[in-house]
Design a binder for this molecule. Structure first.
Ligand SMILES: [Ca+2]
Length: 488
């Protein structure tokens, strides 16, 4: 009966083939999703992180007190535990604010491009202006940010980085003798494994876009406060700010009570930095910092100083990753290596970030409480004075004005009220009653007449976050606008 057997065999094969079709289809779908994920995440590593356990477990093992995030609750659940019970109605209102904002479509991506250009022109975020000396604070970064800096924060359901283009990358630094020498130095200095440090730096890629963004602005580029202000203070950011404030009011009040830093200043910082967690950066921190440490644009007037700074930050990033049991290459941030909602540089994270919600880890990516506490702690460390205004209105009396003298110290408060007045600064109350020192802050308006304010110590402290009076004023005014919107 060979023919019958042949027919039976053929039929059986046919049945098996039919039964496999759904499996093939399913497998194909899975593959499609995986490749889509890679595309969205911009790096194969990121795709791996979404499917594999990360270095979390290592962190838990090597740093027992610093619990890792493997048992991290779902994002939304965490949002509620992180904040001391925001009212349901408030949270819903916050979500509505953001839904309305997200309906603007491309706005976040567009804003991101503008912000990058802005930061390139206005100078680097220097929230680590402090010495980059080794921090000794125990730090745990949750692994969550390593896998999803691109994802929205707990209460901000807007994906922005999905639209980011794939980065142009140059060669890896493994072949660069200077980078490998540095790796050995860092390893020896900090007692780290040479191979581990070499691998971390060696796998970092030169990012040409980072070099371009660091290039100095063309000489003679007029500054324009009104244009600058317009980039940061608009309905979209104010709405996101009120949502952030409403949800985090208890934490903001606690921080104000404990550190003396008003809620509106913290709200202003987080808004200007990342639009409340929407733009925490999609660069691998190792790529950004290694590029800036070894290929900082030589045309920059402070190239030597900046190179030293970024080498310090690179070392801090390695230290931070090691302490947390993380793969340094998994850290994501801005093109300058700043991370999380408040865009802390690695040394700032080491020195000033705190576990404000006391869940055992410092998390500036997923804990808004930690973000708030850390920003307040940063300002206090740089000399924030409780109750002191950031600035006063000022007019200039041209009959006795010595503007050169008043502008010479730049934003460093230098003049007593008497001295300030003698040089032509005209204050009103409450400025006239100010007991500390003042700085004349000039904000240019392109071809128009500049704006002036009398900056206090607290204005100066804001510039320790980013050394720009335009930045400080944007933070102050965004905070004020959000506060006004809260009271409407
Ligand atoms: Ca925490």
């Amino acid at each position: 009966m060979p023919l019958t057997r042949l027919l039976q065999t053929t039929f059986a094969v046919f049945l098996i083939a039919i039964s496999l079709i759904p499996t093939w289809a399913s497998a194909e779908k899975t593959i499609h999703r995986a490749s889509e994920g890679a595309s969205l995440a911009q790096s194969p590593q990121k795709t791996r992180q979404t499917t594999e356990p990360t270095a979390t477990a290592t962190g838990a093992r090597t740093n027992a007190p610093l619990r890792a995030a493997k048992d991290r609750p779902p994002r939304r659940a965490k949002a509620h535990t992180a904040s001391p019970r925001p009212a349901r109605k408030t949270a819903a209102r916050a979500a509505n604010h953001l839904s309305a904002a997200s309906a603007k479509g491309q706005a976040p991506a567009k804003a991101n491009a503008v912000e990058k250009a802005r930061k390139a022109k206005q100078g680097l975020n220097t929230n680590t202006a402090a010495a980059s000396a080794a921090g000794s604070t125990a730090v745990a970064i949750t692994t969550s940010f390593a896998t999803d800096t691109a994802r929205p924060g707990p209460l901000l359901a807007i994906k922005t980085s999905a639209r980011m283009p794939r980065q142009e990358t140059g060669p890896a630094y493994a072949t660069r003798a200077d980078a490998m020498r540095f790796a050995d130095d860092v390893a020896d200095r900090r007692g780290l494994d040479r191979a581990w440090v070499r691998q971390a730096i060696g796998q970092a890629n030169l990012l040409p876009v980072v070099v371009r963004l660091m290039a100095p602005s063309p000489a003679g580029t007029p500054k324009n406060w009104r244009a600058y202000r317009g980039r940061f203070i608009d309905a979209y950011r104010i709405n996101a700010g009120t949502a952030f404030w409403e949800v985090n009011q208890p934490w903001l009040e606690k921080a104000e009570r404990e550190f003396g830093v008003p809620a509106e200043i913290i709200v202003g910082i987080v808004g200007v930095e990342t639009i409340y967690g929407q733009q925490t950066g999609h660069f691998r921190v190792m790529d950004a910092l290694t590029t800036l440490a070894f290929d900082f644009p030589a045309s920059h007037p402070r190239a030597t100083e900046r190179t030293a700074y970024f080498r310090g930050e690179l070392e801090q990033a390695l230290s931070l990753a090691h302490r947390s049991g993380l793969d340094p290459l998994s850290l994501k941030g801005s093109y300058a290596g700043a991370m999380g909602w408040p865009q802390f540089m690695p040394s700032s994270w080491q020195q000033h970030a705190i576990d404000y919600d006391r869940d055992g880890k410092v998390d500036l990516f997923d804990s808004q409480a930690d973000v708030i506490g850390s920003v307040a702690n940063y300002f206090k460390a740089y000399g924030w004075e409780r109750g002191l205004p950031t600035h006063y209105p000022v007019n200039l009396d041209t009959t006795r004005l010595d503007k050169d003298a008043l502008l010479a110290p730049d934003i460093l408060p230098t003049f007593s009220v008497a001295s300030f007045t003698a040089k032509g600064g005209v204050l009103d109350f409450p400025g006239l009653g100010h007991s500390g020192l003042l700085a004349l802050v000039e904000l240019q308006n392109g071809a128009d007449v500049p704006s002036y304010v009398a900056g206090t110590q607290n204005f100066y402290v804001i510039t320790r976050y980013n050394q720009s009076s335009y930045y400080a004023m944007a933070v102050i005014e965004l905070g004020r606008e959000v506060k006004a919107a809260m009271n409407r």
